[in-house]
Write a protein that binds this ligand. Structure first.
Ligand code: SF4
Length: 278
């Protein structure tokens, strides 16, 4: 961390307490190797170098890892916004994503538009009783690791997309209510190796029974659309629920990399805002 920071002190990020940032990252590093930690550190610094000053310019309010949740008809619905910045009356929401794929291109608008996270956030945000309400837009910041660069993509949801996703949400709830009594939910064999990674449940898929919690988040919705049984594993009530309300993360390097990155960049923004508002 310190080495990566030293290389970037010239851009004015030296005011950040990088020891504190490093400590926040190490706290969640899990089994991540020293090399991977070094790589994440480099990205945290690069992202801060690229965006921090621009983001703080004219910002009147800033929220980091802001949890939105509500209970609706026996469902716990929740989602976490990585970064939200208010200018004037309106908020702009940001999401840090780790993309390892070289195939990701900003022009892939449809894929971006279809992310349910934005619909959650745009309808759950305090005061956002109807879309677009007080949300001015959404931005993905994709840390594309294999390409060694960061890509920023901003978008606005159309009312049609919001409507489509609200329908998806209702569709998922209806299906879960219907298949709830079954010990194994529909399995999608095509999804076992989705995204180039083997599903962690391949060895035991469909052989276990366990209670589930009716908890929905953008990621659970996406998983359900991919493979209902996989979503059932994600909703497994036996698994530890962390502060975010999400099941404990499956230990794999990609997930851990993202967790460490979020911890680091989140602390950078918190510190910068604390300094600004002192
Ligand atoms: S839960 Fe995993 S292993 Fe089972 S069918 Fe779905 S994707 Fe395949």
């Amino acid at each position: 961390m310190e080495q990566a920071v030293e290389e970037h002190r010239s851009v004015g990020l030296g005011e950040i307490d990088w020891v504190r940032v490093g400590a926040a990252m190490r706290e969640v590093r899990g089994n991540l190797s020293d090399d991977a930690m070094e790589e994440v550190s480099g990205f945290v610094v690069s992202v801060a170098e690229t965006y921090l000053e621009k983001d703080l310019d004219g910002a009147e309010e800033l929220r980091v890892e802001y949890m939105l949740s509500r209970d609706v008809n026996g469902w716990h619905e929740h989602g976490m916004v990585d970064l939200a910045i208010r200018r004037g009356e309106r908020w702009h929401l940001y999401d840090w994503k780790r993309f390892g794929s070289k195939s990701f291109e900003p022009r892939d608008g449809q894929r971006l538009e279809l992310d349910p996270a934005w619909v959650f956030y745009s309808t759950y945000w305090p005061g956002a009783v109807s879309w677009p309400g007080i949300i001015s837009g959404f931005t993905y910041r994709n840390v594309a690791v294999q390409m060694g660069k960061i890509i920023e993509v901003s978008l606005k949801l159309s009312p049609e997309v919001v409507t489509r996703f609200k329908e998806k949400l209702q569709w998922m709830k209806r299906n879960v209510n219907w298949i709830l009594p079954y010990p194994v939910w529909p399995q999608n064999g095509d999804a076992c190796f989705a995204f180039g990674r083997e599903c962690e449940h391949v060895a035991t898929c469909g052989t276990e029974t366990f209670p589930i919690i009716k908890r929905i988040s953008p990621s659970v919705l996406k998983t359900f659309m991919l493979c209902p049984q996989r979503a059932r594993y994600a909703l497994d009530a036996r698994r530890e629920i962390g502060d975010t309300g999400e099941p404990a993360a499956i230990a794999n390097d990609a997930a851990q990399w993202g967790t460490v990155f979020h911890a680091g960049i989140g602390d950078v923004y918190r510190q910068a805002w604390e300094r600004r508002t002192k």
